[in-house]
Design a protein around this ligand. Structure first.
Ligand code: 2NL
Length: 379
């Protein structure tokens, strides 16, 4: 056998036996590298006679091509095998559960606020927010509570010590800053924004949820608590609209079509007439179960929220014409709603930050309340 045949035979056998890409690369250097055996043969061409080169030339070129092809073919096979091995070693089982990790929970107050936003969004209400440190005017005066009004004392307000820099007449509360005692000032601000945008006025449907503050602390009162107020302004609004809205909201919130409410005359400076809404309950094994008229034997009425037709003086102070625009408003404690719906009996535990309480009463962070899935579902 000629030398080219010997080399080709040897190369084919060893390339076929190369176990990995590194071994194959060593063979490439051995045959085709600068000092390689095929390269050495190429160099002999120069010293040959033209006749010899005529026959040996193509033979050596063919050898070089054959070895190159063998190397490339083996490389493809080895690379495919390497990829297969890598894929087999690196598979991820995407059906495995996520690893254990610290998990927070959504506080029942946040959950209830989300539920309320969802329920009222469905009724066409937008969510309005505003400052917790309020100007005395927005918190009281604009709500028909002049300085002499006993309701200001009724509210046990946290006043800031210094008058606001804008400077009001001394000896007056005007310009004084307070921790807002209700979210009504948010609604006043929203009405005034509407007038700024449109001096003739425009209809409005908002809820104003958030923190409010009163200097009051006992088993059933905390100095900070959560309130949600609702306000509808339009033409020809009457108590019937208020009653339907409250009934519809409470049925959706408690996920109970049997909820019955009773409106009872009351007094708030910012509404006229003012009505308190009671919700009927039945006593079942000593526990209050909401639903049905409270007038049946073994039933009763529970005071739940305050509301009324917006006082025309409030509409006027917000810059709207009270002969054109009417409205209703209501206010309810969010903490109280959460306790009633989810069965907590101690308000103070809401603000202790006890991790065991939070993991027991909290909600999964990824479970957003929706009307279609049920506003109060835990999973
Ligand atoms: C309660 C009762 C209420 C309002 C809040 C309101 C807001 C504006 C105008 C008129 Cl801008 N009213 N809000 C009305 C009636 C009752 O809250 O028991 N709160 C704890």
């Amino acid at each position: 056998m000629s030398e080219t045949h010997t080399i080709e035979h040897d190369a084919k056998a060893r390339i076929a036996a190369a176990a990995d890409l590194a071994a194959l690369e060593a063979l490439r250097v051995e045959f085709l590298g600068k000092q390689g055996s095929v390269s050495a043969l190429m160099k002999t061409l120069g010293k040959m006679s033209p006749e010899e080169r005529q026959t040996k030339g193509p033979e050596i070129q063919a050898l070089r091509q054959a070895v190159t092809d063998e190397l490339a073919a083996r490389k493809d096979v080895l690379e495919a095998a390497a990829l297969e091995a890598k894929l087999a070693a690196e598979t991820l089982d995407l059906t495995l559960p996520a690893p254990e990790a610290p998990r927070g929970s959504v506080h029942p107050v946040s959950q209830v606020m989300d539920e309320l936003a969802e329920i009222f969004a469905d009724l066409g209400f937008a969510v309005a927010t505003g400052p917790e440190i309020e100007d005395d005017w927005y918190n009281f005066t604009a709500l028909n509570m002049p300085e002499s009004h006993p309701a200001r004392a009724m509210h046990d307000t946290f006043y800031f010590p210094d008058p606001a820099p804008s400077g009001a007449a001394s000896g007056s509360n005007a310009g004084r800053m307070v921790l807002r005692t209700h979210t009504s000032p948010v609604q006043v601000r929203t009405m005034m924004d509407v007038v700024k945008e449109n001096p003739a006025g425009a209809p409005l449907r908002i809820i104003a949820p958030g923190r409010v503050y009163r200097s009051d602390s006992d088993a059933t009162h905390t100095p900070m608590f959560h309130q949600i107020e609702g306000l509808v302004i339009d033409k020809g609004i009457h108590l019937g609209h208020l009653k339907w809205t409250l009934e519809t909201f409470l049925k959706a919130f408690f996920e109970n079509e049997d909820i019955v409410i009773r409106l009872r005359p009351s007094y708030f400076p910012f509404t006229e007439p003012s009505v308190e809404a009671d919700v009927g309950f039945a006593l079942v094994e000593g526990k209050r179960v909401l639903g049905g008229s409270g007038d049946e034997p073994g039933h009763g009425w529970m005071e739940l929220l305050g509301s009324g037709m917006v006082n025309r003086r409030v509409i006027e102070m917000s810059g709207l014409d009270p002969d054109q625009w009417q409205g209703f408003a209501f206010g309810v404690g969010v903490d109280r709603l959460a306790m009633l719906k989810y069965g907590m009996d101690d308000l103070r535990a809401f603000f202790d930050g006890d991790a065991r309480w939070l993991s027991h009463y909290g909600f999964p962070a990824l479970a957003q309340p929706t009307l279609s899935a049920g506003v109060g579902e835990r999973a």
